[in-house]
Design a protein. Structure first.
Length: 94
């Protein structure tokens, strides 16, 4: 029996990479901007994760997720409030 996969945050790096890719493609006119806004809305409105799955103090910090979040803010994909919400969810799993 293998050990369960440990996540480093409530929002995966893959979720943030996908949003970053959609933002770039939307800005380039390759996809409708509404696709980006829908994906962002789904991420922001996602239900909180199962609290029993919260990170342990021994889990590594979510450095990759926080770097991607900073990149999203840097390209103008997130407002300050959206950034703060996602940062709390990444760090605190709320």
């Amino acid at each position: 029996m293998s050990a369960p996969v440990r996540r480093t945050s409530a929002i995966s790096a893959g979720d943030l990479e996908f949003l970053l890719e959609l933002k770039a493609r939307s800005d380039a006119g390759e996809v409708d901007a509404e696709l980006f806004h829908d994906a962002k809305r789904r991420l922001l409105e996602a239900p909180p994760p199962d609290r029993s799955a919260a990170p342990s103090p021994r889990d590594p910090p979510p450095a990759e997720e926080l770097a991607l979040l900073d990149e999203l803010r840097g390209v103008g994909a997130l407002t300050d409030d959206e950034y703060a919400l996602l940062e709390r969810r990444i760090l605190l799993w709320i």
